[in-house]
Every structure is written in C-alpha cells, then in structure tokens.
Design a protein around this ligand. Sequence first.
Ligand code: ZN
Ligand code: ZN
Length: 359
Amino acid sequence: MGETHTERRRRLAALIAGRDAGALLVTRLVNVRYLTGLDSSNAALLVFADGAAVLATDGRYAEMARAACPDLDVLVERRTAAALTTLAADSGTGVLGFEAHDLTVEAHAELAAEDDGIGFKPLGHPVEQLRAVKDEQELALLREACAITDRAFEAVLPEIAPGVTEREIAIALERRMVDLGAEAPAFESIVASGPNGAVPHHHPGSRAIEPGDLVTMDFGARYGGYHADMTRTVAIGAPAAWQREVYDLVRHAQQAAVDAAVPGAETRAVDAAARDIIAAAGHGAAFSHGLGHGVGLEIHEAPLLGYDKTGKLTDRVPITAEPGVYLAGRGGVRIEDTLVVRADGPELLTETTKELLVL
Ligand code: ZN
Ligand code: ZN
C-alpha cells in the first residue's frame, strides 16, 4: 500500500498548491489513515504543497506508524498538531491550511497562539474530495464487505419468524457477519418490524415479529476499514395489498435511482429519479430522507445524494441508493444497495434479491 498512499498524497499536494497554501495540516484521523495507512486514535499529518509529508503520532502508535509508512518521517509526539505546526513554521511555510470541519475552536486558538509567523487558512475538504473516488484496491475491499453482508442475510433469513425479536435478528446478523470475516458491523444495525418500520432509524428492541408484519433490516459489514450498507424489507406471511403496493413502488423507485447513477449525473437528479416516482404515487411526504450517500472508510461520506444537494457523480464513486416510504402507525419499506458508479453502467455490490421475500 506504500505506493498507493504516496500517490494519494501527491494528488492532495496538487490541491494544496491550487488553494494557495504552503502545506495542509491533516487532523481528521480517517483522513490521516487514508493518506498513510495508519489507523490510530492520535495522529496528524503535515503535507507540503510539493508532496513531502511528515506524520506525527504518540508512543503507542510509533511502531505501527513506521511499519505502515516506511517512506515517511515519523515524529513521536503526544501533541501532534502543535508539533507539526511548529515544524511547518520552521520550514518557512507562510500559509498553513487546516481542516476547519475537524479542528476544534479551542485547538485552533491554541495553535494560533503560538505566534510563530504562520497564517492559518481553512482549506475546505480536499481529502474528502479525493476519498470520494475510489481506487481498485479500495473497491475490492468494499466488494468483499458487501459480499459478507449478502451472505450474512442469506444465512439469517431462516431465523426470521414470528416470535423472534428485532434485537435477536440484529444480533444474529451482526454475529454472522463477524463469523464470515467482517472486522465489525459497519454501523448499528436497524431491524424495524410492523409499525416500527415507519421509523427510518428505529433502534431494534424487544418487539417480537408477528404474522402480517413487514420487517426492514438495514445493516452492513466492515472489512479492511470499508463499510457496506444494505437494506431489505421482507414480509412475514402473505402481504396485504397495501404492503405489496408500497413495496413495488419503492422497488421501482430504487431501480430508477440505480439506473440514473451514471458518471456526469447531478446527485440531485439521481435523488429525483426515485423521489418523483414516489411523489407521483402520492407518497412524496412519506419519503422523508435523502436518497443515499457515499461509502468508504466511513459509513456516510461524500457525496451526499438528496434533493437539496449539489455535485456530479463520477466514475469509481461508490454510493447507496435507499429510498423508503414510511407510513405512521402502519409500517414502512426501504430498499438499499451499495453500488459503484461506472462508465459502463452501475456495478451493484450488494446482490441480494429485491423480489419481495415472503417468509
Ligand atoms: Zn443503510
Ligand atoms: Zn445508507
């Protein structure tokens, strides 16, 4: 991975130079990981506009850092950001970019108080911008995370029956994902049964599944740091007419969004592809969240897809498409895939069937 990280830092350096800074102080730990391979709870990275870089971390991670990035200078220091700021000043950096979305107001004030002749400048989200487009190595990890997610769902399906609680299903899914090779669940699993299905982010509780329920399960595996995200809604016993109708509507809308996810598409237009279908059926107000989000080293990352979002999709950007319809007091349906935007058409990474499963 050494070369990959060097290449990522090289691309970042071009962005730093383009934003009139001499260097960027990277403090967001997930961004440090992306640029170095070091996964830690205390590290910062100084990247100069010419591509040179210095990593700072404390004694607990020094060995890991040297192993992960043999080509980088590693500064062993508990106050990582302060040490790198001093280093930047000593190297004659006039303007030091920082991640204003990460550095606290307090930390920023402390760094600025050192008064070593450096001018601080918020530089936007250049690392997140790079991270949105994945390389093939990253896509391979994400593909495996999604494959584990698919397999866990298939394995747990026979256990979903009347009498079993939401919590038991959530634990079974998570247990199975870890058994199949996941590092951990990618996020807190959602299992919402019957009327609870009307709450998009319902916390699985002690409600036991009943005949006539729709059950929505939103879960995923984390593998090699990469997060899978899938939702399926199943019926317990023969579905009522309204359940079948809402399911078919959401499935149709979800497919329209997947088909619209091509390079060059406005994120807003991909959201609209699904939203317009749901609205035309009279359920516009019942689709109460955005269409989806990027996935990668974080479960929610750039790009966000919603009716109020801007930006265009490009090749090799993994996203989710997850429209839903939530009817208070009755229940809900959500269908979600993780897919990669590709020039020759979307690559679905979650492959579980979207036929309505009647259990
Ligand atoms: Zn999800
Ligand atoms: Zn999602």
